[in-house]
Design a protein around this ligand. Structure first.
Ligand SMILES: Nc1nc2c(ncn2[C@@H]2O[C@H](COP(=O)(O)OP(=O)(O)OP(=O)(O)O)[C@@H](O)[C@H]2O)c(=O)[nH]1
Length: 355
């Protein structure tokens, strides 16, 4: 529960956008539900005015005002689920970065068997949260760990996506779980990237292997593999460059890293994590497509979910690629990496209170 409220706080921008949008859609063309209006009437003399209104729209406005004034929230506005409403719903979902295909599918599922029925905004939110959770359940999986030592995790993603931060957070979590970890600073072309990784290594209490600027990342990866083996380390995390400007070079670089570590362990890398910045919205789709060509991506980490109005991109990614989402980044601090929970995510995204 504490975690949920943290996620909801952090996903506030997404949830408020969807939440307000859904409320507005139901209120637009909705009417006060008779049964709930009479509940309010019995609770407050002022509500008689609401029940005798001729104009449904006025009644809706008054009911909203009344529930705010009395704090009872008793008068429920319901709207008939028709084509207009479904279209508005589709637009809202597309605007929240869910992607056109996913938005259409989710809306169609909500409509199934309910066309012509009157629904409240809470009911629509619950239906939507159920649909989102159903899509996300198939991808919510922790990073698999295998028996062999060291487990090699290759971290890929564009510059600025949050690779360094994620490596630091992961290293800290594995250390806390009693595992020994080694990090290889494989983006040897950028001194600043190496320095930043060293800072995170210190924070996490994990050694960071570096190589001179401009040297071959594959040779560093090989040395790091030897050190991790010699130390009996449980986990070796290899950072990589994210220069998409020169894809051919990057592809060769990643392929070479994989080739050399396989000389030591034919099953390595055991995981290839693609780190994606959730604030980039639909651009994350292109990044998955590109990195799937460059490397054998086995799972995703979604960063910067705090403070973004683009949380819907996760639904789009899950629906389109089905790649496991191992973790989400919800801040810049070392403990701001959370396991991915589909129901909490869906509720936080839509602004639904969880009981
Ligand atoms: N708010 C927030 N910021 C994050 C999160 N993850 C990373 N960041 C920030 O994003 C920026 C880029 O993160 P890095 O970890 O340096 O990204 P990188 O992919 O290693 O980038 P390069 O070092 O340029 O290759 C930093 O300012 C981080 O503090 C997150 O989950 N939430």
């Amino acid at each position: 529960m504490a975690f949920f409220s943290k996620l909801k706080d952090k996903l506030f921008k997404s949830s408020s956008k969807l939440e307000e949008g859904l409320d507005a859609i139901v209120e637009d063309g909705g009417e006060v539900d008779e049964s709930s209006a009479s509940d309010v009437m019995s609770a407050s003399g002022a509500a008689v005015a609401v029940a005798t209104m001729d104009e449904p729209q006025d009644a809706v406005a008054k009911a909203g005002l009344l529930s705010r004034l009395t704090g009872q929230g008793g008068a429920v506005v319901k709207r008939e689920l028709d084509d207009d409403m479904l279209e508005q719903l589709e637009e809202l979902l597309i605007a929240s970065d869910m992607g056109v295909d996913t938005a259409l599918r989710v809306t169609a599922n909500i409509a199934e068997g309910r066309l012509g029925k009157r629904v409240s905004s809470d009911e629509i939110k619950a239906l939507l949260a159920g649909e989102v959770a159903r899509i996300m359940e198939t991808v919510a999986r922790p990073m698999p760990l295998y028996a062999s030592k060291p487990q090699v995790v290759l971290i890929v993603g564009v510059n600025g996506a949050g690779k360094t931060t994620t490596i630091g957070k992961l290293a800290s979590q594995f250390r806390a779980a009693g595992k020994s970890v080694v990090i290889a600073a494989g983006d040897t072309f950028r001194a600043a990237a190496v320095e930043q990784l060293q800072v995170w290594g210190e924070r996490a209490g994990v050694p960071v292997l570096t190589a001179p600027e401009g040297s071959d990342p594959a040779s560093l990866a090989f040395d790091a593999m030897s050190k991790a083996e010699a130390d009996g380390a449980d986990l070796l995390m290899i950072d990589t460059a994210g220069r998409l400007q020169n894809r051919q070079d990057l592809m060769e670089e990643l392929a070479k890293i994989v080739r050399v570590i396989r000389k030591k362990d034919p099953d390595a890398p055991h995981n290839t994590l693609l780190v994606l910045d959730a604030t980039t919205g639909q651009n994350a789709i292109n990044q998955v497509e590109t990195f799937q060509k460059l490397a054998d991506v086995s799972g995703l980490v979604m960063t910067k979910l705090d403070g973004t109005a683009k949380g819907g991109i996760l639904v789009s990614l899950a629906d389109k690629f089905g790649l496991p989402i191992h973790a989400i980044g919800v801040g810049e601090q070392i403990d701001d990496l959370q396991p991915f929970d589909p129901e909490e995510f869906a509720a936080a995204l839509i602004g639904l209170e969880q009981s």
